[in-house]
Design a protein around this ligand. Structure first.
Ligand SMILES: Cc1ncc(COP(=O)(O)O)c(C=O)c1O
Length: 383
């Protein structure tokens, strides 16, 4: 059996007609960018996130960069942004592109999100913002982070690229920070058919500045009030996002159902299944387990047609590109330990019971294979 990590085709087929119709209408109108599809999507995505405004941009990395720039973070190259190293590289790239410096804190050993107990010790006179990542679809401890950000007068910016539809205490991702950044990369819970991203906020002034920044600093055509960027979300992508948005809750519920099945069926498998903090509802962008024998398990699953993956195999501070910030191996021990043991199993709403059962059976087969020689070894030592 072949099971991909995500199955974009399975999601596309029932929406094909609607998306094709929307795309044909865009092409017939030749209104290709910042048009009515984007305006409609922005309004509805803001509502979905419980935010007053949504500004569509070209991708999630731009969303991070522009969010920081809208707050003037990075104007001074000494500006620091407190973030995590356990993320996709884009989190750090957004900070670097804005001109600021990332300051990494370790992750919580249970949720794998920013360890809030370590944040205050990292705050300096240069700190301008805190940028947690809602990794694997689970929100960071935004209650504590909001309190710290307010106390030190810092911006709080969510990297919500993996958390469309996640919530904490009933309040959605995208409504906790001063700004929140989303990616609509195709494999995301809400994915375009190309590149797209967005920023949500309740702050009208920041939303207005973001609209200027994404469009060459332009307030009205050919009037540029500042130097900006070409980071618009085009109409063809907006058609796709508009068509998909009404289904996101259903798809996330489907992911949660698969996660509950895995949680139950993997008991006794030797894997540590995801911990979801009280009050938190995960969007399960990934179903990330940990294993003491991760690399061999990954090879085994892949050899059996299962598209398991690793998110992420090397933390940002130990990447060749991340070394510039001077964090030695061992400096973020929880992050580093997690990176060496994490493995993501396939998860998407359209997965069947048969697929879940097959994956679980292969995990248990692996466990048996690994245990057999150990039984032999222990008999030898007993003699
Ligand atoms: C946590 C995180 N932040 C930022 C991004 C960047 O988004 P994009 O690929 O749309 O630039 C991604 C996804 O790629 C991500 O997973």
């Amino acid at each position: 059996m072949q099971i991909p990590l995500v199955d974009l085709k399975a999601q596309y087929i029932p929406l094909r007609e609607e998306i094709m119709r929307g795309m044909a209408a865009v092409l017939d109108s030749m209104h290709l960018t910042t048009g009515p599809n984007l305006a409609d999507f922005e309004e509805n995505f803001a509502a979905f996130c419980g935010a007053a405004y949504c500004v569509g941009v070209a991708n999630g990395t731009d969303a991070l960069q522009l969010a920081l720039r809208a707050c003037d973070v990075g104007l001074d190259p000494a500006d620091e942004v407190i973030t995590v190293s356990h993320s996709f590289i884009a989190t750090t790239e957004g900070i670097w592109q804005a001109g600021a410096r990332p300051v990494f804190v370790d992750i919580d050993p249970r949720t794998y999100t920013m360890d809030v107990s370590q944040v205050e010790a990292k705050i300096t006179a240069h700190t301008r913002a805190i940028l947690p990542v809602h990794i694997h679809g689970q929100m960071a401890d935004m209650v504590s982070l909001r309190e710290i950000a307010d106390r030190y007068n810092l911006y709080l910016i969510e990297d919500a690229a993996q958390a469309h539809g996640a919530s904490l205490n009933g309040k959605p991702a995208g409504s906790w920070g001063d700004l929140a950044c989303f990616s609509f990369y195709p494999g995301k819970n809400l994915g375009a058919y190309g590149e797209a991203g967005a920023i949500t906020t309740d702050n009208q002034a920041l939303a207005e500045r973001l609209r200027v920044l994404r469009n060459h600093g332009s307030e009205t055509k050919y009037k540029h009030i500042e130097l900006g960027f070409n980071s618009r979300l085009d109409e063809l992508q907006a058609v796709v996002l508009r068509a998909k948005l009404p289904y996101i809750n259903r798809w996330n519920e489907g992911r949660r159902k698969i996660a509950r099945q895995y949680d139950r069926l993997l008991t006794g498998s030797g894997l540590v299944t995801p911990f979801v903090a009280p009050g938190s509802v995960s969007a399960y962008h990934h179903y990330a387990v940990t294993s003491g024998n991760r690399d061999a398990l990954l090879d085994w699953l892949q050899a059996n047609g299962i598209g398991a993956g690793i998110h992420y195999p090397l933390p940002i501070h130990l990447q060749p590109a991340g070394m510039r910030y001077g964090y030695a191996p061992g400096s973020l021990p929880v992050t580093e330990k997690y990176t060496a043991s994490t493995l993501s199993l396939p998860i998407y709403a359209e997965m069947t019971d048969e697929q879940v059962n097959y994956i679980v059976a292969k995990v248990f087969e692996f466990k048996e294979l690994k245990e057999k020689p150990r039984i032999k070894d222990s008999l030898v030592t007993m003699k």
